[in-house]
Design a protein around this ligand. Structure first.
Ligand code: NAD
Length: 374
């Protein structure tokens, strides 16, 4: 089976869907891998690194010619895939809700599209979970960016010239990104607190040495929540949460917000009036910027200054760590493909009834087959 790795064309994309290690592993399964020239440049992988691993490197036309499997990050348009074999598989983060027309075009072109961000959150699929691998890096980078934008130090320092007090960091939303943000802020020496609507996160926050800040007496989301995800909370809960956050926020120097609700706009957690209570020079990083933002006044991809507080609208932060984000993503892809690889057929076979396949498959035989897109 010929596998094509394309250079990404989406604006701002820095990552690549394969690394030399996964090229070797795909070759060991019997695939031949072709990489578009320059595809790994921004992730620090040269064309020579790919050829040393056993890939061929060529132009987009050469790479796509006869390809039966195309691996990508942000999916290319169907029109860009001319030359691929009929019925070719396309695997990527295809953003189906926002790219419905593009998904329809894959179906019309006879491409079988599989989208990795719809991987079910089940134990068997953990090593294939691209949301986790990218969110983890984003949570780390949010704290690093906050530290860089903050005009003070994070750790307490007792020096001959006096004491520097530790930064107080508050993490709102304790999923994968939030947990890594807590750990990173702790490593940098900040005093860390965190909140979430899912009660199961209280223990996780404590186990990382941070202080849980939770609404008491009003039901939020019991345990892990449906499928591990938050749903919307009651008006009473939102009110209580806003009051709790108000008192706490005014004392914070660094705030990282990560709250998301699948299929809904990001919940608003911080109002402009609350930002005004913070000390000038404080920094907020809003990791939900692309989903509408947790913070009023947040602008995706930009840093806004409100009441002397910097609000960083973090957009796809994993892209700013292209070497690591590519490596983790490439391994997620390999783990997915190898789990379904059929030695005799020399390609992955995706059974209709498999829970993972049902989650990620969007199109097949000229039709959109995903239930979520029905
Ligand atoms: P996410 O990106 O969907 O949301 C981030 C966090 O925001 C979540 O913790 C959510 O509860 C929280 N949130 C939503 N509304 C909020 C509000 N109003 N106030 C405060 N916080 C709010 O979450 P995620 O990082 O994708 O993780 C979701 C869950 O999936 C977690 O329980 C995680 O442990 C689980 N998970 C499971 C697997 C697996 O089993 N394969 C893999 C990864 C993650």
């Amino acid at each position: 089976m010929k596998v094509a790795i394309l250079a990404e064309t989406a604006p701002g994309e820095t990552r690549v869907a394969a690394i030399p290690e996964t090229v070797k592993k795909l070759a060991a399964l019997g695939a031949s891998v072709a990489v578009e020239a320059g595809a790994g440049a921004q992730a620090g992988i040269s064309d020579g690194d790919f050829t040393d691993a056993g890939a061929t490197v060529g132009s987009r036309g050469q790479v796509l010619d006869g390809a039966e499997l195309v691996l990508s990050f942000s999916g290319p348009e169907a029109a860009e895939l001319g030359g691929a074999a009929s019925g070719a598989l396309l695997v990527g983060i295809l953003d189906p809700f926002r790219r419905r027309d593009a998904i329809g075009a894959y179906a019309a072109a006879g491409i079988e599209a599989l989208t990795m961000e719809w991987m079910p959150r089940i134990t068997r699929a953990q090593s294939m979970d691209v949301l986790s691998s990218q969110s983890n890096l984003a949570g780390y980078k949010a704290v690093i960016d906050a530290a860089a934008a903050y005009g003070r130090a994070f750790p307490m320092m007792m020096t001959a010239a006096g004491t520097v007090s530790p930064a107080r960091a508050f993490i709102m939303g304790v999923g994968v990104a939030g947990l890594q943000a807590i750990a990173t802020a702790r490593r940098l020496g900040a005093q860390v607190s965190a909140t979430d609507v899912r009660s199961a996160t209280r223990e996780q926050i404590q186990s990382l040495g941070a202080k849980p800040i939770f609404v008491e007496g009003v039901a939020g989301i019991e345990g892990e929540g449906q499928g591990g995800y938050a749903g919307e909370t009651s008006e009473e809960y939102r009110q209580a949460q806003a009051e709790l956050v108000s008192t706490h926020l005014a004392k914070q120097d660094i705030v990282i917000t990560t709250a998301l609700i699948p299929g809904k706009p990001a919940p608003r957690l911080i109002s402009d009036a609350q930002v005004a209570t913070m000390r000038p020079g404080s920094v907020i990083v809003d990791l939900a910027a692309d989903a509408g933002g947790n913070v009023e006044g947040c602008d995706p991809g930009e840093t806004a200054v409100r009441h002397g507080v910097k609000i960083i609208g973090a957009s796809n932060l994993a892209r700013s760590l292209p070497a690591d984000s590519s490596a983790l993503y490439a391994r997620n892809l390999f783990n997915f493909l190898s789990a379904f690889w059929d030695k005799e057929a020399g390609r992955p076979l995706f059974p209709d009834e498999d829970e993972i396949v049902k989650g990620v498959r969007l199109t097949r035989d000229g039709k959109i087959v995903s239930e979520r897109l029905a």
